[in-house]
Design a protein. Structure first.
Length: 594
């Protein structure tokens, strides 16, 4: 930035217009002077005239208001033409790119303000110092987004900055910098990064010769983090375990509590050594849909002080409806699960259903694995592509041979395995319950002969074992296509937080399911049924570290364009001169003489 000093002039040659001011003064020196005077005789009139002619010229000028108004107006107009300006603090660059970090760590509090609030205030101060330079605003993240593109209107820029909110997603500065580098045009471009823990090496590797200022905002804070929390049934009881980390250089104490929707079931004070972690065992919890662990600690980063655990049965029963391919039965036996053979669906079957057929409408109201074996078939010609890492984890899909699949548009399901644009395996919700749909018959594939088949059945079993009232775990603002059954009522979703506040509504027939930004437990009300889902804090955001601010490639940015007038002083000078002209006209019109 440039730091200026004395007043300068953009068009100093207009000072030659001072000749006209001198000409006006000369005109007043040689003009005839009159003064109204009441006299009693010619002798007195002659005496007054002699006194007037003997008066100094300066005194005559002092007695003429119109003269001084004209001189002042001309002087102001001349100053407006020479364009006076001061060299103040001006921001470098002909094009400015602002990258703002909206991750969870920016919620850390320092001196009463969050790092994010300080970042917005700093951006506002820099915008005040711009002088017509266009600004591009980028929100950092795994999917960086351009909020403004070369906008020069300060009001619009400030409005967009003030409307920014935390997204709680990881900032992924490397991906965002690649986007910013592609937007840097052939003019001098300055990149400003507003974050908290950006490292110089990371920026220098991407911005080879590009000028950039990294504003790592905030001070060092004391952070106690709830790293993980989970529950599981053990010997007929439900037990929990929590891992608490102390990220400071001194031993700290915190209070860990575990609560459900209406009650608190566990509370204990924990001492954590410096730069270490402790494991807290929680015994004999009641059976509930979910559990929330909360850490009461005196630290500056509260976002990582809570975690959600969902309870699910370890070994739900598996039911095979009618005739099922024996490879499926054998696969479940390999993973240690017994299958109960049933001839017809019943309402009292609590477990996972395996069925084959053509339509999902024949399935009972429970989680299911459905093999779509009947219907119009389509040959597989393209390589299989994995779309879901959870269900196909440790499964080598590239070596699977599938002759043909059954095509169907039934249900709003998310693809798990694709062949080009053809879904091979899908997952989603059916009648309010999780379902996995395999769109081919095992007789048309060699998959059952491969070791990846029982692994897939194990992954599917774990996926479907989750409680029926739980939609799953989401990352902040994650979008996911889900289906909750047929009918208009099953497509409208109302999202509520823990305080029973209605946050927003979704129409699953027209849009995907979008999770909130803030980590925590939420309720999705669908067709008068309540489903819980959890928004998780990214593991990379469980540290509120801080790096020093720095600048790279300072000499790469030229000083072109910074010699500009700060503000619009000439506007005011012109306006005042115009006002003086109106005053002069009014004085002349009234005929006042002094």
């Amino acid at each position: 930035m440039n730091r200026g000093g004395a007043m300068q002039f953009l068009n100093p040659y207009f000072f030659f217009f001072g000749i006209f001011i001198a000409a006006v003064i000369l005109f007043y020196f040689f003009r005839k002077q009159y003064k109204e005077q009441s006299v009693a005789s010619n002798m007195l009139w002659q005496q007054v005239l002699n006194e007037w002619q003997a008066s100094p010229w300066l005194k005559k000028l002092q007695q003429n208001l119109i003269f001084w108004l004209q001189i002042l107006a001309l002087l102001l107009l001349m100053l407006a033409l020479v364009r006076p300006f001061f060299m103040g603090q001006q921001i470098k660059g002909e094009h400015l790119i602002f990258i703002v970090d909206t991750s969870a760590s920016m919620a850390a509090v320092d001196d009463g303000d969050t790092r994010f609030d300080k970042a917005k205030a700093m951006m506002g101060e820099l915008i005040k110092k711009t002088n017509g330079q266009p600004v591009t605003l980028i929100q950092a993240g795994d999917k960086p987004s351009i909020l403004l593109n070369q906008e020069a209107d300060k009001a619009i820029i400030n409005e967009k900055i003030q409307s920014l909110e935390l997204t709680y997603n990881h900032e992924n500065i490397a991906k965002t910098l690649n986007l910013a580098a592609s937007l840097a045009d052939n003019r001098d471009t300055a990149i400003h990064i507003f974050s908290d823990a950006v490292k110089k090496k990371e920026v220098a590797e991407i911005l080879d010769d590009q000028y950039a200022e990294v504003h790592n905002i905030g001070g060092e804070i004391q952070n106690i983090s709830l790293q993980s929390f989970g529950v599981a049934p053990i010997e007929g009881k439900i037990a929990g375990v929590a891992v608490i980390a102390n990220q400071t250089d001194a031993e700290k104490k915190a209070i860990l509590s575990v609560r459900t929707e209406n009650n608190e079931w566990f509370k204990e004070e924990v001492s954590i050594p410096s730069n270490d972690q402790v494991i807290v065992n929680i015994a004999d919890l009641p059976k509930e849909t979910y559990y929330e662990a909360v850490l009461d600690a005196n630290d500056g980063y509260q976002v990582d002080n809570a975690a959600i655990a969902i309870y699910s049965e370890n070994n739900p029963s598996v039911y095979a409806l009618n005739k099922i391919n024996p490879f499926t039965i054998k696969g479940f036996q390999i993973i240690g699960t017994d299958i109960i053979q049933v001839k017809e669906k019943r309402d009292n079957m609590n477990g996972i259903m395996i069925a084959e057929g053509e339509s999902l409408q024949d399935l009972p109201m429970q989680p299911a694995i459905f093999f779509r074996t009947n219907g119009e078939k389509q040959k597989i010609t393209e390589q299989l592509i994995t779309k879901d890492e959870q269900l196909l984890q440790y499964v080598d899909a590239k070596n699977i041979y599938i002759d043909s699949v059954v095509t169907s548009s039934e249900g709003n399901l998310e693809p798990v395995l694709m062949s080009g644009d053809v879904p091979v395996i899908q997952k989603g919700m059916n009648n309010g319950y999780p379902i996995i749909v395999i769109n081919f018959s095992l007789t048309d594939s060699d998959w059952p002969l491969q070791p990846g088949f029982p692994i897939f059945l194990y992954n599917a079993y774990q996926y479907l074992s989750q409680t029926n009232e739980f939609l799953g775990y989401f990352s902040a603002n994650e979008e996911r296509w889900i289906s909750m059954g047929e009918g208009e009522d099953a497509q409208i979703v109302e999202i509520f937080n823990q305080a029973d506040e209605n946050l927003y509504s979704l129409n699953l027939a027209e849009e995907s399911f979008t999770a909130p930004a803030t980590p925590g437990i939420y309720q999705a009300v669908i067709d008068e049924r309540i489903y819980y889902f959890s928004v998780l804090l990214d593991e990379r955001e469980k540290h509120a570290s801080l790096e020093d601010a720095f600048t790279i490639n300072e000499k790469s940015l030229s000083e072109v364009g910074v010699q500009r007038p700060v503000g619009h002083i000439w506007y005011w000078l012109t306006f005042i001169a115009l006002c003086l002209c109106f005053v002069e006209w009014e004085v002349y019109r009234r005929g006042h003489r002094i």
